[in-house]
Write a protein that binds this ligand. Structure first.
Ligand SMILES: [Fe+2]
Ligand SMILES: [Fe+2]
Length: 359
């Protein structure tokens, strides 16, 4: 084979690049298992809320106050304004002040919001009003009109999660504003939930029209489910855990994301496992730790943290008298749709250090 000079090689790679090509032999070697760019990380309640409140005092920096006063949690392993908390999910903390309206709009990204502080604000989704209280989970599936109003006297905080990074990556996002700030209410309040009979009975005269439902899962029902399960019905890796399912087909919460609620009994310390889903957790009640790949992360109520794909993790309730409740959202529906779901079960890990930002 003829030897080529350095100049000839350079010229060759120049022609390849000019042809908008990339030589596969220059790619870094393939890894035998996932090596996520996402890293474990925690966003503290106090720090995020302090920054949201400051934004609330200087609203001239924000074009659409109520609609846009959200701080997206960017995983330190990613970069740029379109980066998310995990590869496919962007979680954010949002605050709406008394009297504010988040203008009606719709987009191809699906969103969930989990209400953290403040009750009595309302959301209208495709003409249907629901009243949001602490611990409620509200869905706005893709392309449904939604606006939020806070008629109460106190600020309202919620955790948002959108499948935005994935939808942007797929170049599939549409985004429109409604021609008025607030859409008219065209169906009775709680219409969707009322025609579903709690998922067990379905109104045959007025059945839901689409699989993606504008649902609200009330905290009182979630709480009752969490406490109806016996210890024996718990998972060795997650404690008592429930998925928020779609009542029409018992499938995942939304096509691109699924949500979970889990309860760790006082003193509970689970075994470790790892899976190919990436998970954003929010500590809704209590205090505890998660051990991720041998590194401990201590959390308290209001903290949000992320567990990357294929990272070993186990949960610890840090209290011997109080239970702990974790809300979480993951990319399980996407991973399953691509037949990529894999889980490995292990046992408790040795703790070799703490994760940056641990309390
Ligand atoms: Fe939205
Ligand atoms: Fe897990």
């Amino acid at each position: 084979m003829a030897k080529h000079s350095v100049q000839q090689e350079e010229a060759y790679y120049g022609k390849v690049a000019a042809g908008k090509l990339f030589p596969l032999w220059k790619m870094p070697p393939q890894q035998p298992e996932p090596k996520p760019r996402a890293v474990p990380y925690v966003w503290r309640w106090d720090s995020v809320v302090e920054l949201l409140d400051e934004a609330g005092r200087m609203d001239h920096t924000i074009d659409q106050g109520g609609e846009r006063r959200a701080l997206i949690m960017i995983n330190p392993g990613f970069e740029g304004p379109f980066a998310g908390t995990t590869p496919s999910i962007a979680a954010a903390m949002q605050m709406i002040k008394p009297g504010e309206v988040a203008n009606a709009h719709r987009h191809s990204m699906a969103a969930i919001r989990f209400i953290l502080r403040g009750s009595g604000a309302t959301t209208v989704v495709n003409g249907e009003k629901v009243t949001m209280e602490e611990g409620d989970l509200v869905l706005t599936p893709q392309m449904v009109w939604h606006d939020h109003t806070n008629p109460m006297a106190q600020d309202l905080y919620w955790l948002d999660a959108l499948d935005a990074p994935l939808v942007f990556y797929l170049n599939a996002n549409f985004y429109n504003f409604y021609y008025e700030d607030v859409q008219p209410e065209t169906v009775p309040e709680n219409h969707t939930a009322d025609t579903l009979g709690g998922g067990l009975l379905r109104n045959q005269y007025a059945p839901p029209r689409e699989r993606s439902l504008s649902l609200i899962y009330k905290w009182k029902d979630t709480y009752a489910a969490l406490h109806s399960a016996t210890e024996a019905e718990g998972s060795p890796f997650d404690g008592t855990i429930f998925e928020y399912t779609n009542p029409l087909d018992a499938g995942h919460t939304l096509p691109g994301m699924s949500c979970f609620i889990q309860r760790l009994r006082p003193g509970e310390h689970t075994e470790a496992h790892r899976h190919t889903t990436s998970v954003v957790y929010h500590a809704y009640q209590g205090q505890g730790s998660i051990i991720i790949n041998g590194q401990r992360l201590d959390w308290a109520r209001g903290d949000t943290f992320v567990v990357p794909s294929w990272a070993w993790h186990e949960h610890v309730n840090g209290s011997y008298s109080e239970e702990a409740v974790l809300f979480s959202v993951s990319d399980l529906p996407v991973i399953e749709a691509m037949d990529l779901y894999k889980v490995e079960e292990g046992s408790r890990q040795e703790v070799a250090g703490v994760i940056e930002g641990s309390r």
